[in-house]
Design a protein around this ligand. Structure first.
Ligand code: GLA
Length: 683
């Protein structure tokens, strides 16, 4: 996935029949926006009023309004300001900030401040500080130093969230809540360990069962008491390692629930509850944690370099899959960050391209972190829209352009969402299992997933990323690269999908492990082997790429090769290995079988980009996957959002050259207001 996108230009086009209808609706201008209804496409920013004298707020808010900002997220690190002493709450300043913003037609999202506990709290209750793996307690002075499992911390977190909800849960200018900020770090203290033992007891019932499921006869690991079980995070029994990650996921869920309950009870039901996640971060299973929220939101940072539309688009699609609906970009970078090796700025036009890229993938809000450089604190060098002096930086004008775009396009995009014919299955269990035992250090399960996505996305122009237990009936093609841990529920779901006429493509290392990270008693793909009419005879970690040839042309498999066998007479061999280690020479590398109206395919090779591109074409063709907007040249990303009134196409030119695309039917250019049968996308 090597892209070198630079400055981007966007065009948003909507089918003309639809646009004629829509054009009768007056698009809202910023002057018409009212606090009783937020615009459908929301431009936002992260604002920290607690860092500034109140006398300066209005000037900041006026600049926000001028740029088309209609949302501020506030409060997520302001605990010491909200509760300067235990149980002494001060929310008046926040009330004034919310009211002040509303005067500028700006809505507020309130972050509960629990990612940054005040100094009095950790001094008074040192047990609330998290413990590192080496037994060292974290200190005050950064953030996220709390222990997510500690009952005292949870009690104090619940109280502040409850007070906030009581005060602002019915405020018409408040749109919703963000709980905490970027859940990240677990704690390894004795209290958390005891909770882990309870969790294991609840899952396994008896030690006898646990010992059997984990095969603890291996290396004398058999346990005779729950408290003998260690916490292991990198090297250890695979059943134990996976259990710890699942415990961490459930603990984040209950950490979140603790606040969520009081927010729900004390707020109007219309106020959403979300948290901001970090793309592919795998410190916990997001499918577990997101199930209780109303909305998925993530923090979209490029860091060093430039927008990689495939990598970034994949992360958007991952986030959209958490709730299987439109999501928010809760934070994104205004030009540059401060935490990368080289904190280069995005090129002129790239921030705007990134905003539209996000909308194309289903974002309804794009919000910039942060509004204005704080005078002091750890992030002085981070990109902002205003300098510390309170006046706009050069990027402000580009973000104001995004604000104008959103005003124009919002009415067309209202009620639209991404509808995909292709789904890629993603599993935290499988990623953990592979990463814990890569077997070839170069085997990155995310890169494997991404290689399928990169080839399928330009064909389908929308791809959903889902867990293996999701409802798969809407999809013509379901791809499961690296579905290493296959629970019986997931296996049942996949078998039913194929029997109902779907096309399931399994990638390397699929169906190898059971729900406890133990080897399946059958060879890969375990419970799916019968349906496939074939299996993996042996897997090989590779030093050198192995040649492959067949239906998808000649190519090579780096890192990994699985020697397949086609046992059933209906199982067809699609690709074979060339000369390599002797064992693989001439053996099947990809097989497929037709099952009624459905298909099941197993790809045992890691496909190089060219071979993957032709494999993707093959998959799409035999599954009748459509390309909504044909003839889109490389370097231009096309996305489609569909709604009751028609389709909206979003084209982002991330190449270094001007592009012309002829449209299959005349469409209205929403940004320019004209009808077109071809669009020019300048550099
Ligand atoms: C994260 C945090 C923000 C800020 C940014 C900086 O996303 O949520 O508070 O630190 O990073 O890039």
């Amino acid at each position: 996935m090597n892209h070198s996108p630079r400055s981007g230009r966007v065009r948003v086009a909507t089918n003309i029949l639809v646009s004629l209808l829509i054009l009768f609706l007056a698009p809202r201008s910023s002057a018409q926006a009212t606090v009783s209804s937020p615009p459908p496409l929301l431009l936002g920013t992260e604002w920290y009023p607690e860092q500034w004298p109140e006398s300066s707020w209005d000037a900041d808010l006026a600049f926000m309004q001028q740029s088309g900002v209609h949302m501020v997220r506030v409060g997520e690190f302001a605990w010491s300001r909200m509760e300067p002493e235990e149980a002494k709450y001060d929310f008046d300043w926040l009330d004034r900030a919310i009211t002040g913003a509303a005067k500028h037609n700006i809505y507020t999202v309130i972050g509960t401040p629990t990612a940054a506990p005040p100094a009095w709290l950790t001094q008074k209750y040192p047990e609330t500080l998290r413990m590192n793996e080496d037994g060292r307690r974290d200190q005050h002075g950064n953030r996220e130093q709390y222990n997510f499992a500690n009952p005292k911390y949870r009690e104090l977190a619940r109280k502040i969230a409850e007070q906030l909800a009581k005060r602002f849960g019915h405020n018409p200018h408040v749109l919703g809540w963000q709980i905490d900020n970027e859940y990240e770090m677990a704690s390894y203290d004795p209290e958390t360990k005891a909770q882990f033992h309870q969790w294991l007891k609840a899952r396994y019932g008896t030690l006898e069962n646990l010992n059997a499921r984990w095969t603890t006869a291996y290396w004398s690991q058999s346990y005779t008491a729950w408290d003998q079980i260690p916490i292991q995070v990198r090297y250890g029994n695979p059943g134990l390692l996976l259990s710890w990650m699942r415990f961490v996921s459930d603990t984040w869920r209950s950490y979140q629930k603790n606040q969520l309950e009081v927010l729900r009870t004390n707020s109007e039901p219309s106020k959403f509850i979300t948290t901001n996640t970090m793309g592919w971060f795998d410190g916990y299973d997001h499918y577990v944690v997101e199930q209780d929220l109303d909305l998925a939101a993530w923090d979209d940072y490029v860091g060093e370099g430039h927008l990689d539309p495939v990598k970034n688009g994949f992360a958007h699609d991952l986030t959209r899959g958490f709730k299987q609906k439109n999501f928010w970009v809760m934070e994104t970078q205004p030009g540059s960050v401060n935490w990368a090796g080289v904190n280069n700025a995005l090129g002129k036009g790239e921030v705007r391209a990134m905003a539209w890229h996000a909308v194309g993938h289903g974002a309804d809000t794009v919000s910039y972190w942060q509004w204005r450089s704080a005078l002091n604190g750890q992030e002085q060098y981070h990109g902002t829209l205003l300098g510390a002096d309170g006046t706009p930086v050069p990027l402000y004008a580009e973000v104001a352009q995004v604000g104008k775009d959103f005003e124009k396009a919002g009415p067309f995009l209202a009620g639209t969402s991404v509808k995909a014919e292709v789904a890629i299955l993603h599993s935290y269990d499988s990623r953990w299992a592979i990463n814990l035992q890569r077997h070839n250090k170069n085997y990155d399960p995310n890169v494997e997933l991404g290689s399928y996505y990169a080839a399928l996305r330009p064909i389908a122009q929308s791809v959903d990323v889902l867990p293996a237990t999701a409802n798969l009936s809407p999809y013509k093609l379901v791809v499961a690269p690296g579905l290493n841990v296959l629970s019986s529920a997931a296996a049942k779901n996949l078998i039913a999908y194929v029997r109902d006429g779907g096309h399931l493509v399994l990638g390397q290392r699929s169906g190898m492990k059971d729900d406890d990270n133990g080897l399946q008693p059958e060879r890969q793909p375990g419970p799916l082997g019968e349906l496939l009419g074939g299996r993996v005879e042996q897997y090989y970690a590779l030093n050198d790429p192995v040649p492959i040839a067949g239906q998808w042309g000649p190519g090579e498999s780096p890192f990994w090769a699985e020697l397949l066998s086609a046992k059933d007479k209906d199982t067809e061999v699609l690709m074979r290995y060339g000369k390599s280690n002797g064992w693989l020479d001439g053996q099947p590398a990809a097989i497929t079988r037709k099952v009624g109206k459905g298909h099941i395919t197993y790809i045992g090779a890691w496909l190089d980009p060219k071979t993957m591109a032709s494999a993707a074409k093959w998959m799409a063709t035999i599954s009748s996957v459509s390309t909504p907007l044909p003839n889109v040249p490389p370097g231009v990303e096309a996305s489609v959002r569909q709604g009751p009134r028609g389709a909206v196409y979003i084209l982002v030119n991330l190449s270094q050259q001007a592009q012309t695309i002829s449209l299959p039917t005349p469409m209205g250019d929403v940004l320019e207001g004209s009808s077109k049968s071809s669009v020019n996308l300048p550099v």
